[in-house]
Design a protein. Structure first.
Length: 202
């Protein structure tokens, strides 16, 4: 059994000041960054996803989609949030002793791709655990969790709610919370919404 930490779309365009800024994005990016540095020994691999759109992507409003242009390939907005580059530099010795993988998504201009299976190239073992964090819970985080769960039905997928930012700030209140959880588990019963304290309590 292996444990994977998944960091979804922690990119500049999704943080405050970016082209598709999500409220709280910078704070969540910092929280995940600190979590990785403090807990890297708990995971076998850290998986990062990134939107990497062409400028004619179908999701953009000027191409008939619903979103402003964001995370266009080779632009500053498509880069990881500030400080994340340090994780990949050997001199920082954060990920130099821990395998990591970067998955690019949204590269086909004709396909809207919120999610991706984060374990597609790993040999599955019964009881594998994926801990999913990032931006935004109600779109790409949710879809990455669902797609990973479908590809690995014997794995356990945990969305760490306190390490996600949300586009819809009312999402996890009352009835909306129950509806959100059902929207995931109806297709992927091996997905749970938890918080990091409960997930890693000794």
């Amino acid at each position: 059994m292996k444990k994977y930490l998944v960091v979804v779309d922690v990119q500049k365009d999704f943080c405050e000041g970016g082209k598709l800024a999500v409220n709280g994005g910078k704070d969540i990016a910092k929280k995940i960054y600190n979590f990785i540095k403090s807990n890297k020994e708990k995971f076998d691999t850290v998986i990062f996803t990134k939107d990497n759109h062409p400028d004619n992507h179908c999701s953009f409003k000027n191409n008939g989609g619903m979103w402003p242009e964001h995370c266009v390939k080779n632009t500053d907005g498509a880069e990881f949030a500030e400080k994340y580059i340090e994780l990949f530099e050997d001199k920082q010795r954060t990920l130099s002793e821990l395998p990591f993988k970067i998955i690019l998504k949204g590269e086909n201009p004709n396909i809207e791709q919120y999610g991706v299976s984060c374990g597609a190239n790993f040999v599955p073992e019964d009881g594998d655990e994926y801990y999913v964090t990032g931006i935004a819970l109600d779109y790409c985080v949710k879809e990455c969790a669902k797609m990973t769960a479908k590809v690995h039905p014997n794995a356990k997928i945990f969305i760490l709610e306190d390490m996600t930012a949300k586009i819809n700030q009312e999402l996890l209140r009352g009835f909306n919370r129950d509806s959100f959880i059902k929207s995931i588990t109806i297709d992927a019963p091996n997905v749970e919404l938890v918080n990091s304290y409960d997930a890693f309590r000794e």
